[in-house]
Design a protein around this ligand. Structure first.
Ligand code: HEC
Ligand code: HEC
Length: 455
């Protein structure tokens, strides 16, 4: 009896173990499916933000070396040839000046990344920020009126030590509080300009930090129809967010084109943006911006090398995309309404550079202008972009190219010292998303920031 009961008990126990094993196996399988799905969601969404241009090299090499899909040796070499013109410090003999802000592209876009929020008052050390300037007008003309001797930007250094306009940058601080009680401090820049030759002209200025140069070729290759569609997307309408294209002039052809580069999307191509930098930041004439009737100081070949260097550089791979905290941060990014402007997925179309065509990319921008509210207004119009309007900043590579010597800065004028501060400044069309961010629990806020820091 006892023996039979024992056997039965054993059988039951074995069946139990079997069932348990089966359940565990099924559980593991289900968990595997969930993890795999989560993983592929994460992987698909942002581990390879630049599509085939995504680079696994350490930063800043990722953005400086030709992207992995640039396989043609001649194309790789062409990209490499842009490194020197981008990073070398230009001299008077190479056309620099008489006045300039910084003598190399890399002097502002440090390691192809962000510049510091500094304006130098010493002639020896160049500035890493730009102060755009124009004469106040009634807003009726498409292009802002330039300031005599300054053009469109204050050039605060000179090659021969002759006096230039001087810029003074100071900060004012304000404090805020999360509903949970935690306090935060924000800062806001104040710029004053003393024009050269004691000119007392009334001017309007706008301070800009130097943004990182990540995947600009891919942003150039997104069809404008896609940009237009985004502004009509149901989720954007539901969030009462209305992005706008800034139609600007393509200087080479004189035609209207979609503005994509600069904080107010004022240049349509990497080439034109680079040519404008040569002319406005360094007073170096070039094939696009030149004095009438003179030989440009930078040749077509050099301008092309500069552009291709930036366009065909890699996009840094995102990290930790399958970490649970990053995954919940990403979910919050969508549910708070951030993704309505910072679009996670775009597909590139036709483009003269074959490497840039038909890529699925994750830049976290819609490249459109949005009203960001009075607190972020600079009162400075560029084409149709008003003082409160800014192009959604791409968030790919947020973690990349850190310069550990300097604090990172964010937003158009470098006022935000952390990603968190950048979000807290959001207003206007982004006010709802900002309020939802402020209302998050500390742990959720940390998860969102962790996600952004992993991009
Ligand atoms: C004095 C600092 C400074 C120098 C020098 C400089 N830049 Fe810039 N760069 C900026 C600023 C500021 C912006 C944003 C401009 C705006 O908001 O319109 C910018 C924007 C850009 C952009 C667009 C990035 C984007 O995401 O929209 C590109 C590309 C670029 N610069 C390339 C260059 C190249 C190439 C050179 C050298 C020929 C150069 N820059 C020199 C400060 C600088
Ligand atoms: C209505 C559109 C919109 C929404 C919604 C929005 N943003 Fe932005 N975001 C922008 C624009 C435009 C800028 C540039 C503003 C500036 O430079 O003054 C920006 C800038 C940023 C920056 C700074 C990036 C840099 O490199 O300087 C971060 C970080 C950011 N947004 C994160 C978020 C997060 C997180 C959310 C959701 C809580 C969000 N944004 C919601 C439009 C939006």
């Amino acid at each position: 009896m006892g023996g039979a009961a024992g056997t039965k008990g054993l059988e039951r126990a074995q069946r139990g173990v079997c069932r348990l094993r089966y359940a565990v196996a099924r559980g593991i399988f289900a968990l595997g499916v969930v993890l795999f799905a989560a993983r592929s969601f994460a992987q698909e969404l942002s581990s390879r933000p630049g599509g085939d241009l995504t680079s696994d090299l350490p930063n800043p090499l990722a953005v400086q070396v030709a992207a992995p899909n640039v396989v043609d040796p001649a194309r790789r070499e062409a990209q490499g040839q842009g490194f020197a013109p981008f990073h070398s410090i230009r001299t008077k003999n190479e056309g620099l000046g008489p006045a300039f802000i910084n003598a190399s592209c890399g002097g502002c876009h440090v390691n192809n990344g962000r510049g510091a929020a500094t304006i130098s008052r010493s002639q020896g050390a160049p500035s890493q920020m730009v102060v755009k300037v124009r004469v106040p007008d009634d807003g009726s003309s498409a292009t802002p009126r330039v300031v005599l001797d300054e053009g469109t930007q204050i050039r605060d250094h000179s090659v021969d030590g002759s006096p230039t306009a001087r810029v003074k940058l100071s900060w004012t601080y304000l404090v805020g509080q999360y509903p949970g009680g935690a306090r935060y401090e924000l800062r806001k820049p104040k710029v004053s300009v003393l024009l050269a030759k004691g000119s007392k002209r009334r001017i309007v200025t706008s301070l800009r930090m130097s943004p990182p140069i990540i995947g600009p070729g891919l942003l150039e290759a997104v069809p404008w129809e896609t940009l237009l569609q985004q502004s009509l997307a149901p989720d954007a309408i539901q969030e009462r967010v209305s992005g706008r294209i800034n139609w600007v002039t393509e200087v080479r052809t004189g035609r209207f084109a979609v503005g994509r580069f600069g904080f107010k999307a004022t240049h349509p191509t990497v080439e034109q943006q680079s040519a404008a930098a040569l002319y406005n930041d360094m007073q170096i004439t070039n094939p696009i911006f030149n004095e009438p009737g003179s030989v440009p100081e930078v040749s077509e070949e050099e301008l092309s090398a500069l552009s291709i260097y930036q366009k065909l550089g890699g996009v840094p791979a995102a990290v930790d995309q399958d970490a649970p905290e990053v995954i919940s941060g990403k979910k919050l990014f969508f549910s708070l309404g951030c993704e309505v402007c910072h679009r996670s997925t775009l597909v590139t179309g036709e483009h003269p550079d074959p490497e840039l065509r038909n890529q699925t990319i994750h830049p976290y921008t819609d490249l459109l202008l949005h009203d960001m509210g009075a607190r972020l207004s600079d009162g400075f119009r560029e084409y149709s972009a008003t003082g409160t309007e800014w192009r959604t900043t791409p968030l790919w590579g947020l973690r990349a190219i850190p310069d550990r010597e300097r604090a990172s800065v964010y937003l158009h004028d470098g006022r935000a010292r952390t990603i968190e501060e950048a979000i807290l400044w959001h207003g206007g069309e982004a006010a709802r998303a900002q309020r939802r961010f402020v209302a998050l629990k500390t742990k959720e806020r940390e998860a969102l920031l962790r996600f952004l820091r992993a991009l």
